[in-house]
Structures are given as structure tokens and as C-alpha cells.
Design a protein around this ligand. Structure first.
Ligand code: SF4
Length: 381
């Protein structure tokens, strides 16, 4: 089934490390943007759209990502979800996720989002330490993050995810693990752990130089990752992807489509889609996107039919991100390629060094291998 992704590019302030497709909140532009989203979704579901010709396709996930989707009003989320339900055959048990920043929610707003159909909230917490949050120029503190979590529970959400970032400027292993422990103490169903990447033109880079903050040595970053995964496992979470852990049955259904060779449609500026072997991306600029929808012009750029080799490379690249790894027999059935015959000689050294495991024609990265995943994956690209 399809996954539907809706991009919301507005934020109350721009964080000093961010390189996502986002801009400052503008009420008038937001209203125009929501109208454009609804029209784009209707267009994708209509038979008049060359990419979507035929029967309405079944979809079982809707994911509002950003940006800060929780800056939209609950009624706007409901309207967009309604457009999805009109244009696609959205299953009754669909997963509908809203990314939310802790400072944008209240118990009432969360209850209204829930009434609008949202059944999973993903909070961008990043850290439970105020000094770290300040360094990242986040608008919330640790207390607000905890309060937002409690408000989500109060509103009836039984599927909550928290994002945390490690390897922050000035952060030591113990401080990182303190945030992990605080997250575990709340008991979310799902956690995503990311390594901070400081981009060359990020304002944070300059601030770090000025304040003489540095990131811990690489070995410490590896310890942060491995120790956090150990702790989370001990607390009953299962790691199912390089950066993601969940309670049993609580994996992100939407994101799993990205890692299992699935299909999804992305709506909004900069959103990516992959369907029927074709991949495309919408124009990135918010106004340009809304203008094009208003003029009934295509919003897709970079439309590309994937070659068999690219599809295979992607399937292996993303499949290895999963703890379950890659099923060689399934790859052979789908792509007609014997994985081990083609890549075995190049993969052998990674087996010998303990980064990769292979058993019963299944291939997966060990946890140490996940740290060096990019080196292993270069074999496939
Ligand atoms: S809230 Fe998220 S998307 Fe917005 S600026 Fe900060 S990191 Fe970027």
C-alpha cells in the first residue's frame, strides 16, 4: 500500500543546525499553502493525472513532516487528511503521524489533532538537558518536552515517538545517556536517535567556533550510539533500523516503506515520491510550489524512471539499514539477481571484520556494522 507524506515547511524560528526544507511561519502563506496541498492531493488522486491514472490506490499511512507540522491548526490537518481520504482508498486502520515541536502543543491542541484523525505523535525533543537545547537554539526546554509528552498521553495518544540527537556540541557520553534515560523514564512507544551533523554553512558551526564548543571524538560518538542502543534494548525496545527503536508492534509503518522497497507519494514543497518505478521531487520553494498549483502547472521536477540497477541498489542500500537485513531469496525473486554471486567477493571482508553477518541467505549489519554502514553500502553503489 502507498504511504502519503505531507510536507509542512513552516517553523517558529530556524534552528542553528537545520538544513531541512523550511522557512519562517507566515500566516497568509500558510493558508495559501494548505489550499495548495489539498489541490495537489486531489489532483494526484484524479484519473486526469498521468502518474495516477487508474483506480484510486490504497494507502495505509499519512505522515505530516516538516518543518513543524504542529503549527498547522487541527482543522487544517483534518482538511488535508480529508483530501487524502477523498483521493485515495485510505484504510480504516491507517497510521497518521504528526511531527510536533513541544512548544507548539497544549493538551487542547493535542486533543483536537487526535479528533482530526492523528493517531501517532512524533516529538522533536532532541535533548532533555536545557544547556544542550539552548546550544541548538531550540525554543523548548526539557520541562516543556516532558509536559508535551504528558499532554499527549492525556489527549489519548498511545503511540508517541521521541527524536533525540547525540554528539551535540560540548556533549559527553554521560550527558547523552542522561537524555536517553530521561526518555526511557517517560516510556514512549518509539524513539529515533540521530547523530548531529554540523553542515559547513550552518550558523551553529560559527557559534561553536566562537564559544569553543566541540563535538566529542569519533570514538565517543561510537560509544554514545552503542551504549544508547544497549540501554534501550535493556528497557524493552527493539532496534529495527539503524536510528530507530520501538516497543514490539510499534515500528513506524510509514518510514518502514522507505526501507522496504515500498511506494509513497509526497505532497508539498520539496516532497519526494516513488511510485511504479518512477521517482520525482516537488519544487523546493514554498511560494513557487503554491504558485504552480494555483496556475495548474506541474510541481514535479527531477522526474526519473529508475533503472533496474538503481532499484536493486536502493533496495539493498535501504534494506541493510534494517536490523532484519536483506533477504537474498526475495531479492532474487524480485530483481533476478543472486546477491552473493554478484557482491559476495566485495562483502566477504566485512563478514571477516564482524561488521556484517550472513545466515540462511539473509544478510544484516551487526550493531558495530551499523556505525560503519556507509562503508559497507558503497559495495552496492
Ligand atoms: S524546528 Fe526542525 S525543521 Fe524547524 S528549523 Fe528547527 S530543526 Fe529545522
Amino acid at each position: 500500500m502507498l504511504g502519503l507524506y505531507v510536507h509542512v515547511p513552516f517553523c517558529s524560528a530556524i534552528c542553528n543546525y537545520c538544513n531541512f526544507n523550511r522557512g519562517l511561519f507566515d500566516g497568509a502563506l500558510k493558508t495559501r499553502y494548505v489550499d495548495a496541498l489539498v489541490r495537489e492531493i486531489a489532483r494526484a488522486g484524479s484519473a486526469g493525472d498521468a502518474r495516477a491514472a487508474g483506480e484510486p490506490r490504497a494507502a495505509d499511512t499519512i505522515y505530516f513532516g516538516g518543518g513543524t507540522p504542529s503549527l498547522l491548526e487541527p482543522a487544517e490537518i483534518a482538511r488535508i487528511a480529508g483530501a487524502c481520504a477523498d483521493a485515495f482508498d485510505v484504510s480504516a486502520d491507517r497510521e497518521m503521524t504528526l511531527e510536533a515541536n513541544p512548544e507548539t502543543v497544549t493538551a487542547d491542541r493535542l486533543a483536537a489533532f487526535r479528533a482530526a484523525g492523528v493517531n501517532r505523535v512524533s516529538f522533536g525533543v532532541q535533548s532533555f538537558r536545557d544547556d544542550e537545547l539552548r546550544r541548538l537554539s531550540r525554543l523548548h526546554g526539557a520541562d516543556r518536552a516532558r509536559a508535551a509528552f504528558a499532554e499527549a498521553r492525556e489527549a489519548g495518544f498511545d503511540n508517541v515517538s521521541l527524536d533525540l540527537m547525540m554528539w551535540l556540541p560540548g556533549q559527553q557520553v554521560e550527558q547523552w545517556l542522561d537524555s536517553v534515560d530521561q526518555a526511557v523514564a517517560l516510556g514512549p512507544e518509539h524513539l529515533s536517535l540521530y547523530l548531529l551533523e554540523v553542515y559547513p554553512n550552518a550558523p551553529l558551526k560559527e557559534e561553536m567556533a566562537r564559544a569553543r564548543w566541540s563535538q566529542a571524538p569519533d570514538d565517543d560518538a561510537a560509544t554514545m550510539y552503542l551504549a544508547a542502543m544497549d540501554r534501550l534494548e535493556a528497557a524493552g525496545y527493539e532496534q529495527y533500523e539503524i536510528s530507530n527503536v520501538a516497543r514490539p508492534g510499534r515500528r513506524s509503518r510509514h518510514n518502514t516503506k522507505y526501507w522496504t522497497d515500498g511506494e509513497w507519494l509526497g505532497f508539498g514543497c520539496g516532497a519526494h515520491s516513488t511510485r511504479d518505478g518512477v521517482r520525482w521531487k516537488n519544487v523546493s520553494a514554498t511560494e513557487d510550489y503554491a504558485d504552480r498549483i494555483g496556475r495548474r502547472e506541474p510541481t514535479a521536477v527531477d522526474v526519473r524512471r529508475l533503472s533496474d540497477a538503481e532499484r536493486l541498489g536502493d533496495a539493498l542500500f535501504t534494506g541493510l539499514r534494517l536490523s532484519d537485513g536483506v533477504d537474498e531469496a526475495a531479492v532474487e525473486r524480485r530483481y533476478g539477481v543472486n546477491l552473493w554471486q554478484r557482491y559476495g567477493a566485495d562483502l566477504e571482508p566485512f563478514l571477516d571484520s564482524g561488521l556484517l553477518k550472513r545466515q540462511n541467505r539473509r544478510l544484516w549489519l551487526t550493531r558495530r556494522g551499523m556505525l560503519l554502514a556507509h562503508e559497507v553500502m558503497t559495495v552496492f553503489v
